[in-house]
Design a protein around this ligand. Structure first.
Ligand code: GMT
Length: 375
C-alpha cells in the first residue's frame, strides 16, 4: 500500500512511534511518505521505500503567528495526488488530523486517500479540553475514516473529554529496538557508573507532566546514596533543573545526556527505570526500558498499568509521594535477584504484547479495512 504519515519530528513519543511504524511498514514492502516541518529525528536517511516531504513554512508580516496547518494540508494533498496514496495516517490530532481532512477534501473523490488518526495523549487530555481546540479535534475525529488510541485509558479519556462517541480502536504502542553500538561496560564507563552502583534511568522530554522535580526529590531520598546513579536522557534542556540537583545535594548522583540518538546503548546499560509522570497515556519510555530487560518504578497513572504488570514486570506507586517512590526504588536496588526476575518478565511482556510483530499487522489490517480491501 501507499501510506502518508504526518507527525512531529521532535523528541516525543508520538513522533517516535510514527517513525518506527513508517520504518516497519517500508520494511514490509509498503511505500511510506512522511510529512513534517523537519525530518523526524529517528528517520533513516536512505532506506528503501521511505520518503520525506518537508513542509515549508513562510513568514508573512501580516501573521503574528506562522500557520503550519495550511501548508501541511497542501503538501499532503499534492503528494496524495502525485503518488496515489491510499491512506494518510496522522499521529497526534493537532493539527495533523485537521490538515489531513482538508487535504482529502481538496482532491477529487477518485484521488482521495482514507484518513486514519492516532491519538497519543495530550491531544486529548490537554488540548481536548481547551475550548479553542476541542471542537476542531472532535470534528477531525468524526471526519476520519478510523481513529486509534494507544491505550484503553486514552479511549475512555477521548470519550469523556471530547464527548466522542464514534469507534475508537485501541492499538498499543510498540518498540523495535536496534542493536546497541557499544557494550554495556563501555557505556557505564562513559557515564561513570561503577559496577556496584545501580543505574537508574529516566528518559523523557522533561515537560511539566513528567514531574522532574518529583523525580529528583525521589532519588534524593534513596538510601544509601552511594548505591545508585540517576541517568537522565533528556529530550529537552535540563538547565532549569540544575538548581534542584544542587539544592538536593545530588550533583555527584545525577548524569544528564541531552537529545541522545543511540538510546539502545543506554537502555542496555540501565538496571531500573524511574518515571514520575502525573499522567501518561502509555509511556513509551517504560516500554523501551522493558525491551532491554529493565523494570521500572512508576506512578500508577493513566495507561501505565496497561503497560506494566504491577509487581511482576515493574512496580507501580499510587501516590505522588517521594518517600513511597524512593522505597520502591530502594527495594529493587537492594534485591538484584528480584529486579532481574522483573526485568525478564518485562522483556517477555514487551516482546509478547508490544513488539513490531504484534502491533504492525494491526495497523496493516486497519489500512486494508478502511480501503475496503479486507473484511
Ligand atoms: O508527553 C510526551 O512525552 C509526548 C507525547 C507525544 O505525543 O509525543 O507523548 C504521548 O504519546 C506517547 C506515544 O504514544 C505516549 O507514550 C505518552 O504517554 C503520551 N504522553 C502523555 O500522555 C502525557
Amino acid at each position: 500500500m501507499k501510506i502518508g504519515i504526518a507527525c512531529y519530528p521532535s523528541v516525543g513519543g508520538s513522533g517516535i512511534l510514527a517513525t518506527a511504524l513508517g520504518e516497519e511498514l517500508a520494511r514490509r514492502g509498503h511505500e511510506v511518505h512522511f510529512f513534517s516541518y523537519e525530518r523526524p529525528f529517528r528517520l533513516p536517511e536512505h532506506a528503501p521505500r521511505l520518503h520525506f516531504h518537508p513542509v515549508v513554512i513562510n513568514e508573512y508580516q501580516l501573521f503574528k503567528y506562522p500557520d503550519y496547518t495550511l501548508p501541511l494540508s497542501v503538501r499532503m494533498a499534492a503528494v496524495s495526488r502525485d503518488h496515489h496514496l491510499d491512506v494518510l495516517h496522522v499521529h497526534y490530532a493537532v493539527p495533523h488530523a485537521t490538515a489531513a481532512i482538508l487535504a482529502r477534501s481538496m482532491l477529487p473523490p477518485a484521488q482521495q486517500p482514507r484518513v486514519v488518526t492516532t491519538l497519543h495523549g495530550t491531544d486529548t487530555t490537554l488540548l481536548g479540553s481547551d475550548p479553542g481546540y476541542g471542537p476542531a479535534i472532535h470534528h477531525a475525529l468524526t471526519c476520519s475514516d478510523a481513529v486509534t488510541v494507544v491505550s484503553e485509558f486514552l479511549k475512555q479519556e477521548t470519550q469523556r473529554v471530547l464527548g466522542f462517541n464514534g469507534p475508537l480502536e485501541v492499538i498499543y504502542n510498540f518498540f523495535a529496538p536496534r542493536p546497541p553500538r557499544r557494550s554495556r561496560a563501555e557505556v557505564r564507563r562513559e557515564l561513570g557508573v561503577a559496577d556496584n552502583e545501580a543505574m537508574i534511568l529516566h528518559s523523557s522530554n522533561l515537560r511539566p507532566v513528567k514531574r522532574i522535580e518529583l523525580l529528583l526529590e525521589t532519588v534524593a531520598r534513596v538510601r544509601p546514596r552511594e548505591t545508585f546513579k540517576l541517568v537522565v536522557m533528556a529530550g529537552g534542556s535540563f538547565e532549569p533543573y540544575l538548581k534542584d540537583v544542587q539544592r538536593l545535594g545530588l550533583k555527584d548522583r545525577v548524569i544528564v545526556r541531552e537529545n541522545v540518538n543511540e538510546i539502545e546503548d543506554y537502555l542496555q546499560a540501565a538496571d531500573l527505570g524511574l518515571f514520575t509522570s502525573e499522567t501518561e497515556s502509555f509511556c513509551l519510555s517504560i516500554l523501551e526500558a522493558m525491551s532491554f530487560g529493565c523494570p521500572s518504578v512508576a506512578r500508577r497513572a493513566g495507561g501505565i498499568p496497561e503497560v506494566v504488570a504491577d509487581g511482576v514486570s515493574g512496580l507501580l506507586v499510587a501516590s505522588a509521594d517521594p518517600d513511597a517512590l524512593a522505597q520502591a526504588v530502594e527495594g529493587l536496588i537492594r534485591e538484584p535477584g528480584r529486579r532481574m526476575a522483573m526485568g525478564e518478565a518485562a522483556q517477555r511482556r514487551a516482546r509478547g504484547h508490544f513488539s513490531a510483530e504484534a502491533i504492525v499487522p494491526r495497523y496493516e489490517a486497519l489500512y486494508q479495512r478502511v480501503c475496503g480491501c479486507a473484511g
